[in-house]
Design a protein around this ligand. Structure first.
Ligand SMILES: [Zn+2]
Ligand SMILES: [Zn+2]
Length: 328
């Protein structure tokens, strides 16, 4: 099959003879239509995060159409349009049994320890291939997985309509958290130093933060950088919930007295739990005016995927690769 393979850091190559996926009896084979790019793909592309092998196929925010169904699969059929939930939890370990599947001890992570999706075909365990309505555009489908992350963040925070919310950082994840809050009837305030990203957040309905001393009951930190983390803590009201979505391996300085005295809850929010968040996201996309495709800014063909990855960090909004035509 055709695939876009990472041959070394910062070098993506289109190959024609990559081995076809070998589906197991509980798998479906999906012919890929599109894949969104996100920070974790870029960290593999940059060489900061090591995949299971080299050359390697990256990409995990994908959608496509089922072209083959394993013999043990009874609830999926050839021709169905699906989005892929790219974290294959085992459903057996202690964390999975508690419903905290993001912590699964044997989690298969597409694009990291399982082959990624920037290829013509992908084998996917059937339960992680979610059928979606035929009329949803591919642009919406490539935003589904990161939207499920945002929906998971908002769900775990426990925020309710009427609460004051600040979103720190307006990268793709910050934008999708804004959209999720807006769909829940909350107008978030957004703090973002980069003018293009801030403008995009405001165009979706968020309010730009001004320099007042306003405090918020719920704060969502999506930047992952120390100034963002400090902004998030500073803006948190007494007893606030501060959800941490952005990650960093560098140590940050923290005054614990400040957290204890204000009785803040710091909540680490990692991806989503199976099956609740993909299920909720599919329902929300059907019922609410979410239209997450509004965060897309850059579409590339397979031939231009290398350039798209190299530029993705600088472009406000999300970039994606259109895999519907490999000759393009
Ligand atoms: Zn992602
Ligand atoms: Zn597990």
């Amino acid at each position: 099959m055709k695939a876009l393979t990472l041959t070394s850091a910062l070098h993506l190559e289109q190959v024609d003879g990559w081995p076809d996926p070998e589906p197991g009896e509980h798998d479906v084979v999906v012919e890929m239509l599109g894949v969104g790019l996100c920070g974790s793909d870029l960290s593999v592309y940059d060489g900061k995060r090591e995949p299971a092998a080299m050359p390697w196929i990256i990409g995990h925010e994908g959608c496509g159409r089922i072209v083959e169904v394993g013999p043990a699969v009874t609830d999926r059929s050839v021709g169905e349009l699906v989005v892929i939930e790219p974290n294959y939890c085992c459903l057996l370990c202690q964390w999975c049994r508690r419903g905290r599947t993001a912590q699964c001890e044997r989690r298969g992570i597409v694009g990291i320890n399982r082959p990624g999706l920037l290829s013509q075909f992908a084998a996917v365990p059937a339960r992680f291939a979610w059928p979606v309505p035929e009329q949803w555009p591919v642009e919406r489908l490539v935003c589904f997985e990161p939207l499920a992350v945002a929906q998971g963040v908002v769900r775990r925070s426990g925020v309710r309509a009427g609460e004051s919310c600040l979103v720190v950082g307006a990268g793709s994840q910050g934008l999708l958290i804004c959209l999720s809050l807006l769909a829940a009837g909350i107008t978030p305030v957004v703090s973002e130093p980069q003018p293009g990203r801030l403008a995009l957040a405001v165009s979706l309905g968020a309010k730009p933060a001004d320099d007042t001393d306003r405090r918020y009951s719920y704060v969502f930190e999506s930047s992952g950088v120390e100034p963002g983390f400090h902004d998030a803590l500073r803006a948190a009201d007494k007893t606030a919930v501060v959800s941490l979505v952005g990650q960093n391996t560098a140590p940050f300085s923290v005054v614990t007295q400040d957290i204890v005295q204000r009785q803040l809850t710091l909540l680490g929010a990692l991806i989503y739990d199976h099956p609740v968040d993909f299920d909720h996201t599919r329902t929300a996309l059907g019922d609410l005016d979410l239209a997450p495709e509004r965060i897309l800014r850059s579409r590339a063909t397979p031939a231009r995927a290398d350039e798209a990855l190299a530029a993705a960090r600088e472009i406000p909004g999300k970039s994606w690769i259109d895999l519907s035509d490999w000759s393009a």
